[in-house]
Structures are given as structure tokens and as C-alpha cells.
Design a protein around this ligand. Structure first.
Ligand code: GAL
Length: 991
């Protein structure tokens, strides 16, 4: 008995007794019964609990109740264990195919009624759409079988075990099994029955499966139909009412391709679907089909003859409360949000999603890379020794997985590429999967990133190559090597279309350089864009012991091994809030390019196939951010790929303020995913006349003093500012530190094209080594004239001889306070710096600083390598909203290219700061926050930030870029901040 049990969990085959022929997830009129709902549930700590629960008469009245679908670790507030997060690591000993005896095992039971008229059914089938990781099934005490393949559908023939009236179904689910070794995706381990269970009556003469393979060429469509049905089920009728098609096939041998005239093609931009039914006398199946042809020609990936550029995201199924349990409304809103942010593609990393998601993708319009449920990443630690991907014992499981993947979803026009899985090394089982797909579906290419040498896949794919490497991949005829390729293999790879299946790791604040990758996709036809890692954070909503809610990441549930916040790497926060990176992405991939030239603007339609008839163009002119004129711009309808030069409106130019023209392309009418007026693309033109910064009065009459004086609104004590406009202040002090971002903290790659990093050492570590987070100041001198003050400070850290000299010149210019700060590093600083800024602390007092109005770049935060979403304008925000609630607190809130800032309290203006460009024309940025960089750096979660009684204003002469080093390249050299002398020049006035 014992060995039999052990056998189940260590079995590398995909299970026993499940119907081996996988089939489509069809919308059929055959009777079915959802078994979702409350089930009786018992959790055992090992796989060895007695099996008597499967008996019909077993008394489960003492058991708990649990909803199906759900993950048991997300039910009962910890009663059934907790989630575990690992990226690559296996959370159990690497002892394949075995798993430990400590193997949480959930037993489920419920009764169900089989309607009396189901006795007419030829067969009764029980379908499971997702169970993690291995389950066994009993119906009325009969053992039916077992299955693994957590995010795949498994059907069992239960005809001989069910009866009309009351029945009992029992399911035993093991959290760990041999299958866990090939389901090592970077996500939470979430056991349980997490997708639907359905009982299906299969009628005699029904349609077992149907596949509509469609094609499109120059206005003509084609449908090749594959019907799986008994001979007796014929005749079979295909109806496409919209096109007046009714095709009856008398026998299976008659089924033939249909040529369809005058159809509109399906594309991600114009997801034209046609309703089709396929029926026999006994069953009718409804499908929505789209006409499109996918092909690779001349090294390019084409749909309907036109090159596709993927502006994609990697999408995991994750929800802060439900985990991987599908919620259609939430998923639809997520997809609509993707559309609003110009995302046109989804890679279903790293498993098939709930089947409904693909209906939504067909309907809303996405190019989908559908990935099989497969990842064996933990074998990397063993240099891939024992990798299931190359072990014959696993071949059946690998083939079973890809067959279930392709068969379930083959009807979806949105799926344009099949992907074998992720990070499973390489080996003959993957090659066998690919061969099976090629034989089964000649209409879609096969992708698998791990096939570096291109031995069995059709697309060259990589994750996280640097910008330079991506460019090298694109360069025809280049002799430069490719990763893990011989020269001949590299040559072969360079004949294929190239995809960044993952790039731009969006962990925390970042990534930078999105625009550089995008520019490459436009410059090189073989580069087809890619998929940002990843769409959303996987935080799990939980509470601290005192009841404060927060989004948990790895380690928060006391896991033995975990990978911390590496699971929080989405462009969307766990609570659905888009991060600035998503706005940046939207701007970078916008489907229109604007080039201003004299009095004209050239507009290019970069779309795949849609014209611009759905868009309206609006313009507005602002003087220092204040609207002066606006109107509509007449732009002819541009076909995909077309461009036009359009004269700009007359722009009223101001002599004493900045003049900016903004052009927006907006939706002319509402769509399924956005309202009328939604902005699709934006461009700005600076028409300002240049004005020099006011000069500084040179002074020669300096004399040493005690530093106590009043200059207009400023009061100084011992040379230090103590009050501004009547309120207490501290500072300004030099601030070189920023709370390290996840990219700053990472030590992975990144030295290739940046002189910033040191291999294996994070920038944050170097900053802490050099003491940037704990600078101290020595006042060197204080001097004054009647209306000016000069201080010189030497700033340095404990046990370091490196220093920065800071000269501050305060003067009165008219009744305004002028501050000029010269910042000059000593020689010997070797690392990049996070920032060069000055910090002013503003204690709350009676009127806390709680808001800001500014003219500069906004509305969201921006950094040197992430500036495309930012526009020049006038903005307002609360202090709170200036900062992003990254799951792990870190640098946030920097607004670049500041001209003017007003600090407010409950709407009342307190202080006005005008910032001047330096002699190179570089403008400072600002950050206004309730916490100092040092406080933020100490907090692991937002709830760990201390209560604050002060607002902190930092004016930065410069900030370091963001990069993508959390998983990928460091900051590009042009955006890396090297220690250097800088000047900050401000004018400060009361409210
Ligand atoms: C990739 C992997 C993803 C994710 C990402 C980092 O290597 O395919 O699943 O782990 O790195 O977040």
C-alpha cells in the first residue's frame, strides 16, 4: 500500500485513466453540470492518509467546507498552510522524481445529482480544468484515475460509475508530485482545485471535437474544418450565417475546405470575429472564428502578409486574493487596461490560462503566444544534470502536456505562436514536443527560448539581452557570436524572426531603456519587439499581526526557502494601479510617430494593418503650462504604414513664458476597452523663445561672521537656514543617496554596456560602502555681506577620505531669495552616484506641506532613461500621490526638468521655488516625500515606514538612470550618473 502511494506522487507519467485524447474547450449545447461550489475538505500533512474517504458511504460530516475552485493555502487564514514563493529554487529536496513525505494532501468530497434524462447520453465525462499538482479521482467509490499537468484540462470517462440521482465524487490532491519538477515557474506554489470541474453528458452522435483552421489572403478567407465524430454522427453542418454559408457534409470523407469570399481579416487591431456553428442532429457547437494567416517569410513573422511587431506583456494568472483562480470580470478589465496602454500581445507565461481568457483575447484583439505548462528551472542548479527535458522517462509527460495545450486552444485566432514552455533547459523531449506541434498544426510556428541553437524551433527568442546584443542579433551577416551558438548555429538563428520573449524587467521602479529596444524593432525588420516581464505584481493580500493590510511577497509567510520580492515585477501593482513604467511603455510603443519639421508635422501610422479612421487629432498650446488655444487638426486617414505631412496650426508664441504645442491622437468613438477621447498617442513641440537665467551679482565684500541674519523670508542661525517664510526648516543639505531601487540592489549582469556596474556587486552595495546613505557635514566657513550669505561645507562619510565640497550662496535679489549651490566632489569617487541633490526638511508645524503644484515634466515620476511618458506642463498632486507604493519601498517620485514648484498646505500656497537651468541648459528635478531616502531604504514593506511629521523636498541637479539590472542590463552609459560638479540655482519666495 505504501509503495503504491509513493508510486503515485513519484510517477513521471502524466497520470492514469484520463481520456488520452485532449480536445478543444468547446461551447456546446450538450448538457453539462458545473461541480463548482462548496466541497467537503480535509487536509493531511502527508500523502499517506487513509483512502477510505473515497468510499461512497464515508461520513464526511466532520470535515470542513472549501470552495471549488480555490487554493487551499488561500482559504481559512492559514489553517491549511501558507503560500510559498520561489523563483528557480525547488521548495523541496532535489531528488527527482521523488518528493518528501511532508506533502500536504487535500481530500475533497461532494454529492451531485445526475439528471434522469442523462441516461440517454452515450458517455458521461468529468472534466477538470486545473488542479495543482497531482490528483486522483473516485466516483461512487470506483477509482477512476489520476492526472497531473496543473494548468491543463483532464477529462475522465465516468459513464460506468455514475447513475441517475445522487452520486459521490472524491478527489485527492497532492501539493507535491513528480510533476512539480516540471512546474517550477517563477510564481507562488498554490495547491488545490483552482479551476472549474464540469460533468458533461456526451450525446450519441455528438461532436467530439472540431477545429476550424482559417486563412486569409487578399480579401478571401478559407476554412479547413476538422470534425472528430463517429461516422454515425454525420451529416455535419457548418453554418456561418453572416456570410450566408451553410455547408452540409454527408460523411467524414466529404469534409473539405471552404473558400469564403469577401471576408474581413482578424487582427489584434481589428479583431473581426464571425459566429460559426458546427452541428449534428445530436449536438451543436458554437465557435467564434477569425480569418488570418500566420507565416514566416524571409526571416519575418507575418500575419495576413504583414509584419507583426509585438508590444507584448508576459501575463501570469495572479490575483491578490484568489491566486490563480480565474475571475472573468477582473481578467477582462485587465485586458481592456492592456489595450488602453497600447499593449497588443500576450505571452501566457508560463502555462495555458483559463480557457475563457482566450475568448477574451480573440474578442478584444491580442496576438497571443500560448505557452505550455512546463518549466524545470531548478535543474539549473545541477548544471541541468538529470533534466527531465532530456530524459526518456519524461517523454510521455512532455508530449501529453503539449498535446493538451494545443488541442484545448487550437481554435483561437488570437493564438499565433505555440510555445513549448519556459526555462526547461534543452533536450530531446522538447524536440519531440516541437515535432508533434509541427505535424499537428502547420499554421503556427513553434517558440521555445531555451532552444538557443535553433535546433527545433522556428523563432529565435531570447530573454533580457542588452540593447547592444539585441542590435547585434539583428545585424545581418555579422560574425559576432550568439549565446550558446556555434557560428553555423548563429547563422541559422539569424535567418529567423527574433523575439524578446522577456525583456525590460519591470521590478520596482523601472525599467529604463524601453525606447531603445523599441527603436531597434523599427530599425531592423527581423526584430519583432517582445514581451515585457511582466504585466502585474503577484502580491498576496494579507495583514500584519496588528491588522494592517499589505501585499505579501516571498518570505512573508515564513517559507523555508524563498526569493523575496522577485515576484513583484509587474507594470501593474498588486492592487491594479498602473506604475509609471506602464505609462512609459504606452508612450514608447504608441502606434503613431510624429516628427515636427518647420511648420509641419509628419505623422506615420505604425500599426500592423488598421488605418487611422478611428482616431481624431487634437492640439493645444500652453504658455508655461497654461492653456491658451486648442483645436482639432485635420489629418487624412492613413493606411497602415502610410505617412502624411500636415501643416500645424498657427502657434501663438509668448515672449515671457515657455510655449508648448501638444498633439494628441484620441479615439473618435468608444471601443470595448476605452471611451471616446481616450489618448492613444501624444507628441510635444517646444516653441519657446530662449530666455537667459538672471545673472548673479558678484560680491567682493565678504567678511567672516557668526552666520546669524535675516534675508527676506529666510532666517539663518550659525550660517544655517532655520526658517523660511516664517516656518521652521532644516537644510538644505547635500543628498547623494536614493533608497535603492530593485535594479540598484541587483548584482546580476549589466556591465557590458554600462561603465556603471561592477560585475557581481550591486550599485546599492557600493553606495553603502562609500557611505552615501550616512553623509556627515563639517562647516568650513561662513561669510556674509549686508544682503548675502556664503557657507562652505565639506561633506563626507565615516572612515572615508572621499568628500564633496558644497558652497551655498544666499542672496536677496529684489525681494526674492536667491540660492546658488555649487557641488564639487573630491577626486577618487569610483562608482556611479544615485543623485546629486540638496534636501530641505519641512516639519509639519501648523500647516503641513501636503501638496505640490509644478511646471516641469509630469504628471508622473520620470528618470533619465524613462522620460517618454512625461510631458512638459503644469501639474498638481498631493504629496502622497507623488510617490508610488512599490511593494518594497524604494526611490520614487522624481519629477524631471523642473521650472517652478509651489508647496501647498490644504490648498494654501506656502513656498514658491523657481529652478533655473545650469550653464549647460540642464534643469534640476524634484522629489517631495514624507520620508527621507534613508527611512525608505530601511523599510521592507510600506507598513514598515515610520510615521512622519515632516515633508522632505529634494532638488536634484541630476539622478542616475533606472536600468533593468534586477534581471537584465544596468543603466545605459548615457544615463549613468558619474560623480561630477553641479550647480543648483533657485529663487525662493513665499506662497
Ligand atoms: C525569467 C523567467 C521568468 C521570471 C523572470 C524574472 O528568467 O522566465 O519566469 O522568472 O526571469 O522575473
Amino acid at each position: 500500500m505504501l509503495s503504491q502511494l509513493a508510486g503515485h506522487v513519484s510517477d513521471t507519467t502524466p497520470g492514469r485513466g484520463a481520456l488520452r485524447t485532449a480536445r478543444s474547450w468547446l461551447h456546446s449545447d450538450a448538457p453539462s453540470l458545473s461541480l463548482n461550489g462548496n466541497w467537503r475538505f480535509r487536509l493531511s500533512p502527508t500523502a499517506r492518509a487513509a483512502e477510505d474517504f473515497a468510499d461512497e458511504g464515508f461520513d464526511d460530516s466532520g470535515w470542513d467546507s472549501i470552495p471549488v475552485p480555490s487554493h487551499w493555502v488561500l482559504q481559512g487564514d492559514g489553517v491549511y498552510g501558507r503560500p510559498i514563493y520561489t523563483n528557480i529554487q525547488f521548495p523541496f529536496p532535489i531528488d527527482p522524481p521523488h518528493v518528501p513525505d511532508e506533502n500536504p494532501t487535500g481530500d475533497y468530497r461532494r454529492h451531485f445529482e445526475v439528471p434522469a434524462d442523462w441516461s440517454e447520453a452515450e458517455r458521461v465525462v468529468l472534466r477538470f480544468d486545473g488542479v495543482e499538482s497531482l490528483f486522483r479521482l473516485w466516483v461512487n467509490g470506483d477509482e477512476i484515475g489520476s492526472a497531473s499537468g496543473s494548468r491543463l484540462a483532464h477529462e475522465f470517462d465516468v459513464t460506468s460509475s455514475v447513475r441517475p440521482g445522487d452520486n459521490v465524487v472524491a478527489v485527492r490532491v497532492h501539493q507535491w508530485s513528480a510533476a512539480s519538477y516540471v512546474e517550477d515557474q517563477d510564481q507562488w506554489w498554490l495547491p488545490g482545485i483552482f479551476r472549474d470541474i464540469t460533468l458533461i453528458a456526451r450525446p450519441a452522435g455528438g461532436i467530439e471535437d472540431v477545429w476550424l483552421r482559417t486563412g486569409f489572403e487578399e480579401g478571401h478567407g478559407r476554412i479547413e474544418t476538422e470534425v472528430t465524430a463517429d461516422a454515425a454522427a454525420f451529416p455535419v453542418t457548418l453554418r456561418l450565417p453572416e456570410l450566408g454559408i451553410e455547408q452540409v457534409w454527408a460523411t467524414a470523407a466529404d469534409v473539405a475546405p471552404l473558400d469564403v469570399e469577401s471576408v474581413e481579416p482578424w487582427s489584434a487591431e481589428q479583431p473581426r470575429l464571425y459566429e460559426v456553428t458546427v452541428s449534428t442532429a445530436a449536438e451543436c457547437v458554437a465557435l467564434r472564428t477569425g480569418f488570418r494567416t500566420v507565416e514566416i517569410r524571409g526571416g519575418q513573422f507575418l500575419v495576413n502578409g504583414r509584419r507583426v511587431v509585438f508590444h507584448g506583456v508576459n501575463r501570469h494568472e495572479t490575483h491578490p486574493e484568489r491566486g490563480r483562480v480565474f475571475d472573468e470580470e477582473h481578467a477582462r478589465e485587465d485586458l481592456a487596461r492592456m489595450k488602453r496602454f497600447n499593449v497588443n500581445a500576450i505571452r501566457t507565461s508560463h502555462y495555458p490560462p483559463h480557457p475563457r481568457l482566450l475568448d477574451l483575447a480573440d474578442e478584444l484583439g491580442f496576438w497571443v503566444v500560448l505557452e505550455c505548462d512546463l518549466e524545470a528551472h531548478g535543474f539549473d542548479k545541477l548544471d541541468w544534470v538529470g533534466n527531465p527535458s532530456d530524459d526518456p522517462a519524461w517523454r510521455e509527460a512532455y508530449l501529453d502536456r503539449i498535446q493538451r495545450t494545443v488541442e484545448r486552444d487550437k481554435n483561437h485566432p488570437s493564438i499565433v505562436i505555440w510555445s513549448l514552455g519556459n526555462e526547461a533547459g534543452t533536450g530531446s523531449n522538447l524536440a519531440a514536443m516541437s515535432a508533434w506541434v509541427h505535424a499537428r498544426d502547420t499554421g503556427r510556428p513553434v517558440h521555445y527560448e531555451g532552444d538557443h541553437a535553433g535546433e527545433y524551433t522556428d523563432i529565435y527568442s531570447r530573454m533580457y539581452p542588452s540593447v547592444l546584443e539585441t542590435e547585434r542579433i539583428a545585424t545581418e551577416g555579422s560574425r559576432s557570436p550568439l549565446l550558446n551558438c556555434t557560428p553555423a548555429q548563429a547563422a541559422r538563428q539569424r535567418t529567423k524572426p527574433f523575439l524578446l520573449c522577456e525583456y525590460a524587467h519591470a521590478m520596482g521602479n523601472g525599467p529604463g531603456a524601453l525606447d531603445q529596444y523599441e527603436a531597434l524593432a523599427h530599425a531592423h525588420p527581423r526584430l519583432h519587439g517582445g514581451f515585457v516581464w511582466e504585466w502585474r505584481d503577484h502580491g498576496i493580500l494579507t495583514t500584519t499581526p496588528d491588522g494592517t493590510p499589505y501585499y505579501a511577497y516571498g518570505g512573508d509567510f515564513g517559507e523555508v526557502v524563498h526569493d523575496g520580492n522577485f515576484v513583484m515585477d509587474g507594470m501593474l501593482l498588486s492592487d491594479d494601479v498602473p506604475t509609471p513604467s506602464l505609462h512609459e511603455y504606452k508612450a514608447v510603443v504608441q502606434p503613431l510617430r510624429f516628427t515636427f519639421d518647420g511648420g509641419d508635422v509628419a505623422i506615420v501610422n505604425l500599426r500592423h494593418s488598421a488605418d487611422t479612421s478611428d482616431l481624431r487629432f487634437r492640439w493645444r498650446v500652453e504658455h508655461d503650462g497654461t492653456l491658451v488655444e486648442s483645436g482639432d487638426l485635420e489629418v487624412p486617414v492613413l493606411a497602415a504604414g502610410e505617412s502624411a505631412r500636415v501643416p500645424l496650426p498657427r502657434i501663438p508664441v509668448s515672449q515671457d513664458s515657455e510655449t508648448w504645442l501638444t498633439l494628441d491622437a484620441v479615439l473618435a468613438a468608444g471601443t470595448a476597452w476605452a471611451r471616446e477621447g481616450h489618448v492613444i498617442a501624444t507628441a510635444q513641440l517646444d516653441r519657446s523663445t530662449r530666455r537667459p537665467a538672471p545673472g548673479v551679482r558678484p560680491r567682493t565684500t565678504w567678511r567672516q561672521c557668526d552666520g546669524t541674519l535675516t534675508l527676506g523670508i529666510a532666517e539663518f542661525l550659525d550660517g544655517s537656514l532655520v526658517r523660511l517664510a516664517g516656518r521652521a526648516v532644516t537644510g538644505p543639505r547635500l543628498e547623494l543617496f536614493r533608497a535603492p531601487t530593485d535594479n540598484d540592489e541587483a548584482a546580476s549582469e549589466g556591465v557590458e554596456e554600462s561603465d556603471a556596474g561592477i560585475a557581481g556587486v550591486s550599485n546599492a552595495e557600493l553606495w553603502r560602502r562609500d557611505g552615501l546613505d550616512r553623509l556627515t557635514t563639517r562647516r568650513v566657513s561662513v561669510e556674509r555681506t549686508a544682503d548675502a550669505l556664503r557657507t562652505i561645507d565639506k561633506v563626507s562619510a565615516a572612515n572615508s577620505a572621499l568628500s564633496v565640497m558644497v558652497e551655498s550662496l544666499w542672496s536677496l535679489e529684489g525681494d526674492e531669495l536667491d540660492l546658488r549651490v555649487e557641488i564639487q566632489p573630491s577626486s577618487g569617487w569610483l562608482t556611479v552616484w544615485p543623485r546629486i541633490g540638496i534636501r530641505l526638511d519641512l516639519p509639519d508645524g501648523a500647516a503641513p506641506v501636503d501638496g505640490a503644484e509644478w511646471f516641469g515634466l509630469g504628471p508622473l515620476e520620470s528618470y533619465p532613461d524613462s522620460l517618454r511618458a512625461a510631458r512638459t506642463g503644469r501639474f498638481t498632486s498631493t504629496v502622497r500621490d507623488l510617490c508610488v507604493d512599490y511593494a518594497r519601498p524604494q526611490e520614487t517620485g522624481h519629477r524631471s526638468q523642473l521650472r517652478e514648484l509651489t508647496l501647498t498646505s490644504a490648498g494654501t500656497k506656502l513656498l514658491r521655488v523657481v529652478a533655473f537651468p545650469d550653464t549647460h541648459g540642464r534643469r534640476p528635478g524634484f522629489t517631495l516625500s514624507r520620508h527621507t531616502p534613508q527611512q525608505i531604504a530601511r523599510a521592507g514593506h510600506p507598513f514598515e515606514l515610520p510615521d512622519s511629521t515632516t515633508s522632505h523636498l529634494i532638488i536634484d541637479a541630476a539622478q542616475h538612470g533606472l536600468g533593468s539590472r534586477a534581471c537584465g542590463p544596468d543603466v545605459w552609459p548615457d544615463f549613468a550618473l558619474r560623480p561630477e560638479s553641479r550647480t543648483i540655482r533657485l529663487r525662493i519666495a513665499a506662497g
